[in-house]
Design a protein around this ligand. Sequence first.
Ligand SMILES: Cc1cc2nc3c(=O)[nH]c(=O)nc-3n(C[C@H](O)[C@H](O)[C@H](O)COP(=O)(O)OP(=O)(O)OC[C@H]3O[C@@H](n4cnc5c(N)ncnc54)[C@H](O)[C@@H]3O)c2cc1C
Length: 396
Amino acid sequence: MDFSFSKKEEAFRKELRAWLEANLPAGWLDGTFKMPDDEAGFLRDWQRKLYEGGYAAIAWPKEYGGRNATLMEEIVYHQEMVRVKAPPLINYVGIHMVGPTLMQIGTEEQKETYIPKILTGEEVWCQGYSEPNAGSDLAALQTSAVKEGEKWVINGQKVWTSFGHVADRCFLLARTNRYEKKHKGITAFLLDMHQEGVETRPIIQMDGKHDFNEVYLNNAVAYDADIVGEVDEGWRVSIALLMHERTGIGAQVFTLEQQFNDLVAVTKELEADDGEPLMNDPFVQRTMVDLYARSRGSLLNYYRNLTKQLKQGHPGVEGSMDKLIVSELTKDLFSQAISLQGHQGVLWKEDAVIGNSYWQDNYLYSFGQTIGGGTSEIQKNTIAERILGLPKDMGR
Ligand SMILES: Cc1cc2nc3c(=O)[nH]c(=O)nc-3n(C[C@H](O)[C@H](O)[C@H](O)COP(=O)(O)OP(=O)(O)OC[C@H]3O[C@@H](n4cnc5c(N)ncnc54)[C@H](O)[C@@H]3O)c2cc1C
């Protein structure tokens, strides 16, 4: 693969850069921006702006409102968004997971109803997969959906539902048949979150933030038109969505590259107790070189997988590799950043000595990254079985 950018791609970069400079909120680029209390409202407005500028989902086909971006344009896009540390996408689940899954498997009616609102951010989505006793072993899920006349009546509990507290709709898995083997008898529903039978309770993370939730389903209602794929055949649908999820997470290689550059800058500033720059310490140098080699390797691996994905038109199992490598590397990178700060590394929030707690907050968050979207152990099982062709995990 040729990694140099053509004139057309550099023109796209220039256009996007100019758009970001004109459209990022005041104070964003100089670091004086203060997030308003209504963070969700701010992020919805930001997604609307992205949509209006034609930057909400550049890789989507034109017929669905995307730009049909090439692989190289996508790379430019990620690089530029990361360079300005652009606000996150509130409808991440919609854009990167539900939208592409509906394009692949949804009915024409579902595509027409949901895809435009996903793109504008008018409807924010969450993913209702995990349950208290069904995470890695997702097929053990117990939430039930029973057909009563026109309605499907849904009861059960979901957990770790990211964006659940701001979501309008949920891509939900429920058991519709208890007599089949556990991978059979599951159905995928597009559930309206604004109904009496849906209750969302917050889960506060160890970094003090509220990103995910418990969702209680108490006679919640869905209809036949809300089913993706066939009744009892939702396992296949759930895997299609998971593949989009893992590929999306893999795109964090670009964030990782930026974070590595930030780490280099910090390491150059920090001094050891004897006043020597930490960067002169051979042990620090060795760790930094190791992190650099691994982050370059993960970027190149991501390019290779993305190339294959573009050729075949949908993500493949290689997304597990990207997800595993990036999440584990992110954890190691932030762990190094904390360790370089010595005893000050444990100071957090307003007490943090460098970076306004950026390193501490991201270090705490990095643990979740190795769990969400499938744990590292599960990714290793997938790579072993589906890429390396090793025998199946006997525990499943
Ligand atoms: C930041 C974050 C965001 C999330 N967002 C969502 C969301 O939006 N929607 C949603 O539905 N879920 C979400 N999740 C839940 C996530 O998908 C689950 O936490 C994950 O799949 C693991 O399931 P579990 O927590 O039940 O752990 P378990 O499955 O109970 O696993 C416990 C431990 O056992 C290991 N283990 C389990 N099975 C095996 C095996 N066969 N071989 C080897 N080791 C194994 C695991 O790796 C893990 O270390 C999120 C989680 C996090 C951390």
